[in-house]
Design a protein around this ligand. Structure first.
Ligand SMILES: O=P(O)(O)OC[C@H]1O[C@H](OP(=O)(O)OP(=O)(O)O)[C@H](O)[C@@H]1O
Ligand SMILES: NC(=O)CC[C@H](N)C(=O)O
Ligand code: SF4
Ligand SMILES: [Mg+2]
Length: 472
């Protein structure tokens, strides 16, 4: 039941320690992170002695009932998750946070990202006697942690993190502590905040805005932060870090009001639009952004070129999700239901359309046709990211090679296929310049360049990998 977008989301995580309204705040935070995952949601809360959890399928509002939320209300510590599956099918057993019970204590666990060595680690653990409850990659963390016998809790967690490969942002809850960890490449975003003196963490700062928390800073690659009643402890599980923040977070995934290093995604997207303007030399009467995610880039493009921005395409806000079986025809129908041209704005005009990405090409093909039918004289496509050519193994579903148009065709062939008068993509170099300009320490660009910063140990695509079905 995915949206008919060429790009599917990932997951959102949240955690808060020591607040009388921890579970309610977690619920509100998860609501603001809903764009990151719509397949399932859950909360695990700690009383200080035991962990309690509730989870369900679908959007947050249907996944957790009032009664479930009320049962978690008394507890001052909580973590939460909204899921878009990468590894493991879309079923209740894979919905996070996971809650494990043992005579040595409870463990709550939630992850955003994807572990590229999960299958190999799992096989080894199973051969050693482990019995898995889910088909999710994230579960290996719990098994590895339970097997660590020496050292204190933090050193055990650090040892486990060093065995994992891939992209991960973890929230790990014990009765008396909340630990958060980001992989050494820092692929996924993870932010630190504070609400009424209580520390909280979230995938995006929009969660802090939603609960009225202060945004302190971005958590760095390789960091491990432990929060207890005694305060906060900052550490790293490795010093060998190599920051590669996901470029697509800036381009498409994160909410426009979410901030990275105190800069809103909106501003970054606007700058990507300005950068595109330096590489796209086309005369036109109006600029139109494809709603929603490309309006900022269109705004930047318009400011840089002086070409007026108009709302020439309208998005039907009730077509967030269409429950039609996948297939190209259904996808096209879904785009038609979603976007519609404003005829008297585009009629007789030379139009530049700015979109943030082309994946399958369904959206741009439809837009060019619809604008021309509405009377546009020329339709030029500007894309505020480089050609997207490769799938992602790090927690985002950007389809398979076969479906990605730029993995089969060059820009001129794509222009022809979508029927545009011209097509310009942002270059990889200009994209990186924009990010570095905002203080980024390094980006992953593998879906554009094929340079995967973390070796792909398991070549099977995460979204095609259901460990149970594969009989692992
Ligand atoms: O080439 P395609 O396979 O059609 O995919 C690309 C489109 O998908 C995304 O938008 P989405 O439909 O998710 O909507 P949004 O911009 O409103 O989030 C993206 O912003 C492009 O518009
Ligand atoms: N999109 C994600 O971050 C998913 C987390 C985890 N790999 C899962 O499939 O549940
Ligand atoms: S491959 Fe693309 S989508 Fe995946 S983490 Fe890298 S930049 Fe992000
Ligand atoms: Mg879009």
């Amino acid at each position: 039941m995915h949206e008919f977008s060429g790009l599917n989301e990932e997951c959102g995580i949240f955690g808060i320690w020591g607040h009388p309204e921890a579970s309610e705040l977690t619920y509100i935070a998860l609501h603001s992170l809903q764009h990151r995952g719509q397949e399932g949601a859950g909360i695990v809360a700690s009383s200080g002695d035991y962990l309690f959890g509730a989870r369900g399928m679908g959007l947050l509002t249907s996944a957790l009932s009032k009664e479930q939320l009320a049962s978690l209300k008394p507890f001052p510590h909580a973590i939460g998750h909204v899921r878009y599956a990468t590894t493991g099918g879309s079923e209740l057993s894979n919905v996070q946070p996971f809650l494990f019970k043992s005579h040595t204590g409870d463990l709550g666990l939630a992850q955003n990202g994807n572990l590229v060595n999960a299958m190999n680690v799992r096989r080894a653990l199973e051969d050693d006697g482990a019995i898995f409850q889910t088909t999710s990659d994230s579960e290996v963390f719990a098994h590895l942690l339970r097997r660590e016998k020496t050292g204190n809790r933090k050193s055990k967690i650090k040892k486990v993190l060093r065995q994992l490969k891939g992209a991960f942002a973890f929230v790990i809850m014990h009765e008396d502590s909340l630990t958060v960890a980001l992989d050494k490449h820092g692929v996924r975003p993870l932010m630190l905040g504070q609400k009424d003196g209580a520390y909280c963490v979230a995938s995006e700062t929009c969660a802090f805005t939603a609960i009225g928390a202060e945004y302190i800073r971005d958590i760095e690659a390789g960091e491990v932060i432990t929060i207890t009643d005694d305060g906060i402890d900052f550490d790293h599980y490795t010093e060998r870090t190599s920051p590669h923040m996901c470029s697509m977070e800036y381009i498409y995934f994160a909410r426009a009001d979410s901030e990275f290093r105190n800069t809103s995604t909106y501003r970054i997207r606007k700058e990507l639009g300005r950068a595109l303007a330096t590489e796209m030399d086309v005369e036109a009467d109006i600029v139109i952004g494809v709603p929603d995610s490309s309006l900022a880039a269109a705004n930047g493009f318009s400011e840089a070129t002086g070409i007026r921005q108009e709302q020439g395409l309208l998005k039907n806000r009730y077509v967030g999700r269409t429950f039609i079986t996948p297939g190209q025809e259904a996808r096209e129908r879904a785009v038609r239901m979603k976007l519609s041209p404003v005829r008297d704005i585009v009629e007789g005009k030379r139009v530049i359309v700015i979109d943030d990405s082309i994946v399958r090409g369904t959206t741009s093909r439809f837009i060019v046709k619809a604008l021309k039918q509405a009377g546009a004289e020329e339709v030029h496509m500007g894309v505020s990211s480089p050609p997207l050519k490769n799938p992602c193994y790090y927690g985002i579903d950007v389809s398979t090679h076969a479906e990605i148009i730029a993995s089969r065709k060059n820009p001129e062939e794509i222009r022809e296929e979508i029927g545009a008068d011209s097509l310009t993509y942002l270059s990889v170099d200009r994209m990186h310049e924009v990010y570095y300009g905002f203080g980024s320490k390094g980006q992953c660009d593998a879906c554009f360049t094929g340079n995967y910063p973390i070796d792909i140990e398991e070549t099977i695509l995460p979204q095609e990998k259901d460990l149970k079905q594969k009989g692992v």
